[in-house]
Design a protein around this ligand. Sequence first.
Ligand code: GLC
Length: 425
Amino acid sequence: MIAAAKKVLRENDVGVFTRPGPKQYPHQWNWDSALIALGLSHFDLERALLEVRSLLAGQWRDGMLPHVVYHGVKSDYFPDPGYWRITGSPHTPKTPTSGITQPPLLASIIYRIHQRQPILEFIREVYPALLHWHRWLHEKRDADGTGLVCIIHPWESGTDDSPRWLELLKSVEAVGTVDFNRGDTRYVDATERPFQHDYQHFIYLIDLFRKHNYDQKALIENSPFLVQDVLFNSILYRANLDLKSLGVELGEDTSEINGWLACIQDGFIKRFWDEEQGLFYDYDLRHQRPIRVSTGVIFLPLYASLATRQQAERLVQDHFHDPVHYGVDKVVRYRLTSASKSLPGWDARRYWRGPVWILLNWLVSEGMRDYGFEREAELLRGDALQLMDTSGFREYYDARDGSGCGSEGFSWSAALAIEWLQTRN
Ligand code: GLC
């Protein structure tokens, strides 16, 4: 299996970066890249570090690390680099990129690699860029002074068409969007991809951001999609912890990072925890209300160590094992469905509306292990490895029969298989 996973990473390698999927995703994606570097680090450390350097070449001058770096590669992917019209912003890099960001997993991945294969010189090189990105997030995306960071586009959540966004997107009138040719349904069956009306919203938001030349203040004021996301803030919190450890090792002053950590810690439970349901809900900042939709993201505070012991127990007993929500039953045999099975629009094969995603299993299993839920961590790992073993390295999987969906030869699935198989038996 390791050999097959390496082959996927090699085949998706285009020299300086690795495609998330051979046809569907021909450019460099932000958090995919971090995971790919983790996989590569097990057998080609230099190439892993190059993956990170290439991603950082797309960093904007104000610190933003974009969700896609195009690297001048020609493709049929939409939106193409020209569509973003990022040159209206004074901060853009030389390399063409998108104009939004993605969950900041990178610092944690670099820290993880460093724990096994010391790469202090490399860390010295990239630390300022990581710090700059995190500072940008805390300064430009803290919309209400709580210390929690907000996202302005579903793509920034990494879980594009998650049911979390449904209600909010209904309130967005996607008017005036020019005709566009999606492209994503060329290689993957449309029943496994987001609905057309979701795409209309995705593109409408880009049109709006272009008009404001990606001025963050204007985007926060004008984006109808303004959300404090449990997943994004959990990943950022843990990345801040890891960045701090790197900073300490370099002898840097880390008081600024301490400030960020304290803010998130103060605000997180207050904002996201729902005592009645016993889970963490995202917050719709535009309409000032919690988004009461249960998806796999509710377990992410475990990954960040932001849940109390009691909260963690409720998440595990009342949600993870409950067959109504995330536990297995006669029909659904694999964990972890990306959305609760109880949701009316639950869809076993459609993108973030129900299928199992290897990344989610990995993040949640890490969290389970940190809280001492060894059995649950093993269930998540075991199911993920079995899915990849029987159906190949796919983008996501149908939790009923384990069949693969979305892109074939998916890089982060392969990378995480290597990570799991090389680090534990
Ligand atoms: C999809 C996923 C996102 C990922 C990208 C490339 O947009 O939702 O998380 O980064 O594909 O794999």
